[in-house]
Design a protein around this ligand. Sequence first.
Ligand SMILES: NC(=O)c1ccc[n+]([C@@H]2O[C@H](COP(=O)([O-])OP(=O)(O)OC[C@H]3O[C@@H](n4cnc5c(N)ncnc54)[C@H](O)[C@@H]3O)[C@@H](O)[C@H]2O)c1
Length: 245
Amino acid sequence: MRFDKRIVLVTGAAVGIGRACAIKFAAEGAKVVALDVNGEKLEILKKEIERTNGEILTLVCDVSSEEAVNNAFKRAKEHFGNVDILINNAALWRDMSPFLESSVELWKKYLDINVLGVVYCIRAALPDMLEKEFGRIINVASVAGVYGNANMVHYSATKGALISMTSALAKEVAHKGVLVNAVSPGSVSPSDVYDLQHTQPTPLSYMGRTGSVEENANLICFLASDEASYITGQNIQIDGCRKKQ
Ligand SMILES: NC(=O)c1ccc[n+]([C@@H]2O[C@H](COP(=O)([O-])OP(=O)(O)OC[C@H]3O[C@@H](n4cnc5c(N)ncnc54)[C@H](O)[C@@H]3O)[C@@H](O)[C@H]2O)c1
């Protein structure tokens, strides 16, 4: 199987794109470490993956706490070994506030989770990847980080930061076998829908529909696989041909 012997850590794995990634990686032979603040939904995911004989360790972890992230990586290492593939997916995105109504507290919360949460996870994973001379880091950004979404300046800024962080870090570590890429979804099907293939109409893409969480996971798994061995420093949009707002 494609991810036999690989250890994959997915943040924000309880629902949506993160859940679809956890399920797909496990189905393709990976040992999956699933992090989320939502322990209840992590338990449901664990049962779902174990029912199909997949291997999963679930850890309740708030990625905006460096200490919690370091503890989670320590437990992952003790349980499975070093993380080979890191999927930075956890984020906040639902708040819609015009710029002048977006408080500094809101900005700090978004920056803490969406940017620093990714920094903490990469700092925890990278030393072992460099030593092994193998690693894949995939940051889940957004089309908002490319085009900017009105009333989501705070969110757009965090995703723009991830995209530039991706290309800058990729240059530092490419010669050591660590590949760093971003994916930028457009409109994704609601993350609380159980069916991984669910899509629904949206006026925001020329394809006229949302992308399923499975379609997003397919791209992420491809970038994490050996088939993507010459791709790094990229931001790949998965948006059904986005209508720019
Ligand atoms: N859904 C979309 O339309 C869309 C579009 C573009 C980009 N994205 C990006 O895709 C990713 C996944 O979004 P989604 O809509 O599939 O899921 P979601 O936003 O519904 O859920 C994200 C998961 O992250 C977890 N989470 C939130 N804060 C956390 C924290 N501090 N520590 C750990 N876990 C935390 C949540 O509990 C949840 O399980 C996000 O990075 C989002 O910005 C989503």
